[in-house]
Design a protein around this ligand. Structure first.
Ligand code: DHE
Length: 564
């Protein structure tokens, strides 16, 4: 009952001065709103709100956990996307036990068992169960004044080097996301030396490279974008900006004549994107993605920007607007007045990449088990491919030439132990274009990334969200010439953590795989490392030890030229 009284007091406090901040910010007030839950409207096993009220400290703790672990799939407002709607009207009727079991054990549909996996404790699972039965806190906006206020040029373009200050091959450098440390490691792909480790955004997510290959753009989950100059003797940040409060994607202008000119950051919250100057990150234009779902035309309060790719056919970015199910082609040739073509695709768009010709963008609508295919030349949707698996998650996918079906692109799945191979050549293989031509067994469900290289004979697949430890710590390899044979080899990569995300070096003869460990295990040398395999022999070639929680790795040449 005491908790319930505190909850009511906090509701009043929130109504007076309620604000929200991202996980790494000070929170000015915490809305613990069990009394706002409309219990009278739902037949509920938890009719008494005191069963799920939280103290202010508990609420704040859960807000951070929810931001870190849950918001990506369920949305800040919890209206659902890759994962289901978690607003109280849905969660309360399910009851505490059922919700707790979901959080602890996960689901067959791809939700990790956060408790069982040891990511959160039993007590945190109890609290989080109660948290999702409360109304979500309402996040604030982040307008141009805030964006501009966060902008810092640390080294102006005129003070930067005019040519590389080192003899390293910039094209074979790697930018490695040190996820939980909020840093980027710059590694020389030839010598395997860690040249520089640089602060970045909170739980930094991905990087992309400028067309010249000189600049690395990183994006943190807190919306902070940084630009690193690889020409410096010791590469370092030259500018930074915060474009939103929660973000996952960034890309650059790649069309001829616009190389290195602009960057774009996609926001999860607020739902918006910001066009930036490519050299200084000065913000040029902010555009909201609020709108209506493509199919039912209902207003959606949180249409997040998921993947972004840069077109090679026009000065355009291709933005996946997750919740409304649209792909936006944003023309950056006049960035103050960007023309936007909105293409109806499918809901809950997530990650994707180009086919081998870089004309077709294949993006997963993962909660609908589909891949939407966008033609960047004709600027239209050409197909919605049912992958036949649960929750396709391609990363950027993998392209190769299948002996029977010609050029193909493939995706693994989070919720299914299967790889779907899709034909991508409507000219010479029209019968197999935009169809699943092969479905191959994976090691387990819980796959996140797939990778190959034009010079390689293999396709690599990880399963960091697999249910068994041995699957999470291994990757598998398929023979492009004989996919029907299934897994050619299973390679044990790690004794701890998760083996996640493969990347080739520039030559396409090495595969780099992250072991994503825990920051807290750094003393034991188990926060993470990179294992490098010889792609020809499939044997381990080198290790880069003592890295703090590496996840995504991006080779400069391959990222610039969309080689995957
Ligand atoms: Fe990612 C790509 C969103 C969880 C590592 N991730 C992407 C993209 C999106 C996205 C929209 C495509 C970016 C692009 O191409 O422009 N990721 C999300 C989430 O919403 C989600 C599910 C949950 C969250 O809260 O963030 C999520 N992602 C993860 C992870 O847990 C991973 C494994 C480690 C981490 O950083 O937390 C992870 N995501 C990655 C990586 C890529 C990525 C390495 C880029 C793959 C590539 O090769 O391009």
């Amino acid at each position: 009952m005491r908790g319930f009284v505190i909850a009511i007091m906090l509701v009043v406090a929130f109504m007076v001065c309620g604000t929200y901040a991202t996980a790494n910010e000070e929170v000015k007030s915490k809305p613990v709103v069990s009394s706002e839950v409309k219990t009278e409207k739902v037949a509920t096993p938890e009719a008494d709100p005191s069963a799920y009220s939280l103290t202010p400290e508990e609420f704040e703790k859960c807000r951070v956990i929810y931001f870190d672990r849950c918001a990506g799939c369920h949305g800040v407002l919890r209206k659902g996307a890759t994962g289901p709607d978690l607003t109280p009207v849905k969660t309360i009727p399910k009851g505490i036990k059922k919700i707790r079991d979901f959080i602890w054990f996960g689901t067959g549909g791809g939700m990790p068992g956060w408790g069982k996996m040891g990511t959160i404790t039993s007590e945190e699972t109890d609290l989080l169960t109660k948290y999702v039965m409360n109304e979500p806190p309402i996040p604030p906006q982040w307008d141009m004044k805030s964006v501009r206020g966060s902008w810092k040029v640390l080294i102006p373009p005129e003070k930067r080097p005019t040519k590389p200050e080192h003899n390293r091959d910039v094209e074979n450098m790697f930018a490695v996301v040190l996820r939980d440390a909020g840093k980027i490691a710059i590694i020389d792909g030839d010598t395997k030396e860690v040249v520089s480790t640089i602060d970045s955004g909170y739980a930094v997510h991905i990087v992309r490279m400028s067309m010249s290959g000189r600049y690395v753009y990183s994006i943190g989950r807190d919306g902070k974008c940084t630009i690193i100059d690889l020409w410096m003797k010791k590469p370092d940040t030259v500018a930074e900006i915060r474009c939103s409060l929660d973000a996952r994607s960034v890309d650059v202008s790649k069309f001829k004549g616009f190389e290195d000119k602009y960057a774009v950051v996609g926001g999860y919250w607020p739902p918006q994107f910001v066009i930036l100057d490519g050299a200084t990150l000065e913000p040029i234009k902010i555009v909201s993605t609020l709108g209506f779902t493509y199919d039912t035309e209902e207003f959606h309060p949180e249409p997040r920007v998921a993947s972004i790719v840069a077109s090679h056919f026009a000065p355009e970015w291709v933005l996946s607007i997750k919740e409304t199910g649209q792909v936006w082609l944003v023309d950056y040739s006049d960035p103050d007045n960007p023309a936007i073509k909105m293409i109806e695709a499918e809901r809950f768009l997530h990650d994707g990449g180009w086919d081998s010709t870089k004309r077709y963008f294949l993006v997963a609508a993962n909660a609908r088990n589909k891949i939407a295919v966008i033609d960047a030349k004709e600027k239209k949707l050409v197909a919605l491919v049912d992958t036949g698996g649960i929750k396709p998650h391609p990363g950027r996918g993998a392209n190769w030439v299948d002996p029977e079906y010609g050029p193909v692109w493939a995706s693994g799945h989070i919720g299914d132990s299967v790889v779907s191979v899709i034909g991508t050549d409507p000219v010479n293989h029209p019968d197999s274009a935009w169809k699943v031509v092969r479905k191959i067994n994976a090691l387990s469900s819980g796959n996140l990334f797939i990778k190959t290289h034009p010079n390689s004979k293999w396709v690599w697949l990880d399963s960091p969200l697999g249910k068994k430890t041995k699957d999470r710590t291994s990757v598998v390899v398929y023979d492009k010439e004989n996919m029907d044979a299934g897994i050619f080899k299973t390679l044990k990569v790690a004794d701890y953590g998760k083996a996640v995300h493969m990347e080739y070096n520039k030559a396409g003869d090495e595969v780099w795989i992250s072991i994503w460990g825990n920051l807290g295990d750094a003393d034991k040398g188990q926060a993470g490392e990179i294992v490098i395999f010889d792609d020809k022999t499939l044997t381990e070639k080198a290790r880069i030890p003592n890295l703090l929680t590496p996840t995504g790795k991006f080779n400069v040449y391959n990222t610039v030229h969309d080689v995957y």
